[in-house]
Design a protein around this ligand. Structure first.
Ligand code: GUN
Ligand code: FE
Length: 432
């Protein structure tokens, strides 16, 4: 058994609106699992190796529920476009390059290295439609020690010839090939079914993907109701669907239907949900789909502001995504502050009943909210995965006394992840 304890100023969400602080407490990890938090180390743990982090802050690791690995190469460039033009002019031309192994290796090495150094401990990732490059990305991520889901994209229409797949059957065939090839290969890296979004999937492809999901009980990731033109396109393409999300649901690609024949254990994450109607939001809730809120991307692509308060009030699960390169940075600290800031503008300009998100709520979404996609992740409670960040805020000088909660809030707002991550544990392994 691999066991150890760590000591420091521990903070984590004990409810959605409370971050509890435990000064100079001990955490115990056994085989990657948290055994609890203690003011005094229980006798039975006294012999364990102790990593004493002194006055540092220790928080749960953060989950990035939505990020595009191939888009990392052009982050921070070509931002002055809306979604559909941005896809045509920025995302698709870059993604086409991943056909070539040498380029994919170069780009994905940079991506994996950056993600390893970030505040992210777990991530749900889009690759491209190329199965070889996707496997290469999985190899590189496995070496980082991060825990991730990675998806080979499926797309058989509405993209340039070189990038869209020649047919639905070909797309499915390659997905089966990819699944078989990686079977049993990784410990920390898992596959996820990834229809790009409805405009790039024919009905035939969605039907094929239903079969793939049934075969492997896969989790699913995609985009939903992100941009007004996109939604109009979906309406025209799918007149039989009641709303955007219904297109996925008709093919068993939208969480778990309570009355569905097949019970999937693999979960579903939908990015954005900026314009989900009440009916769509209700289906999200009913099918247990989790929303990946990506505020930076929604600002950069002028998509809009997702009504996250409404979703939380409805009992919908919400986590945060960086959505690189719609979002310019992989920083989940930045995603937290962006989520709070856009919610304030939504309250001020759109809906006075939608109370702005608080720091506590944003922290909850980045830890517990997104962590749910992976199981028991995001808290320091017994039975939860031991994912932890040790934060050094010494560089942020201050004249006054600060509480632990104040130190955490300012570390997040001031971008402390750029310089102050001293250790990062993923399921009990310190990876940086
Ligand atoms: N919808 C379909 N593809 C994409 C993508 O790559 N990024 C974003 N933000 N939305 C999408
Ligand atoms: Fe995206």
């Amino acid at each position: 058994m691999n066991a150890f304890s760590v000591k420091g100023n521990v903070l984590y969400s004990t409810s959605m609106d409370k971050i509890s602080a435990f000064p100079h407490h001990y955490l115990v990890c056994e085989d990657g699992i948290c055994q609890g938090i203690f003011e005094k180390l229980p006798e039975k743990y006294k012999e364990l190796i102790l990593y004493d982090y002194g006055n540092r802050l220790i928080i749960p690791g953060l989950t990035d529920l939505h990020i595009h690995a191939p888009q990392f190469a052009f982050r921070g460039m070509g931002m002055d476009l809306e979604l559909l033009d941005w896809l045509d002019q920025q995302a698709f031309p870059e993604e086409a390059k991943y056909e070539e192994e040498a380029y994919a290796r170069k780009a994905y090495t940079i991506f994996a290295d950056a993600l390893k150094k970030s505040a992210t401990t777990r991530a749900v990732i889009f690759a491209t439609r190329h199965e070889k490059a996707t496997e290469l990305l999985m190899d590189l991520l496995e070496d980082t020690g991060l825990i991730t889901y990675v998806g080979k994209i499926n797309m058989d229409q509405s993209a340039p010839e070189g990038l869209k797949e020649p047919s639905a059957a070909d797309s499915a065939f390659r997905t089966f090939g990819w699944m078989n090839h990686i079977s049993g290969k990784y410990r920390y890296t898992r596959p996820i079914l990834t229809p790009r979004f409805i405009p790039s999937c024919s009905r035939e492809l969605l039907e094929e993907l239903r079969q793939v999901r049934m075969t492997y009980d896969l989790p699913v990731q995609s985009h939903l109701s992100e941009n007004p033109e996109e939604i109009e396109l979906v309406k025209n393409m799918f007149p039989e669907a009641k709303f955007y999300g219904d297109c996925y649901d008709r093919y068993d690609l939208f969480g778990n239907r309570p009355d569905g024949e097949f019970k999937f254990t693999g979960r579903t994450v939908m990015a954005h949900c900026v314009y989900s109607t009440d009916e769509e939001a209700e289906l999200i809730r009913r099918n247990g789909v989790i929303v990946a809120h990506c505020p930076a991307s929604n600002m950069n692509l002028s998509s809009g502001i997702a009504p996250i308060r409404k979703y939380l009030d409805m009992g919908i699960r919400v986590g945060l995504g960086s959505d690189v390169a719609g979002g310019q940075t992989e920083s989940m600290f930045r995603a937290m502050t962006d989520a709070i800031q856009v919610s304030k503008m939504y309250w001020r300009l759109v809906d006075k009943k939608a109370k702005p998100l608080t720091f506590e709520e944003a922290f909850y979404m980045a830890t517990v909210g997104g962590g749910w996609f992976f199981g028991n992740v995001g808290r320091f409670e017994e039975g939860y995965a031991f994912d932890a960040l040790v934060l050094n805020d010494e560089r942020l000088a201050h004249p006054q006394q600060l509480s632990l909660n104040q130190r955490l809030e300012r570390f997040v707002y001031l971008g402390g992840d750029l310089f102050g991550i001293e250790a990062k544990y993923v399921a009990g392994r310190n990876i940086v």
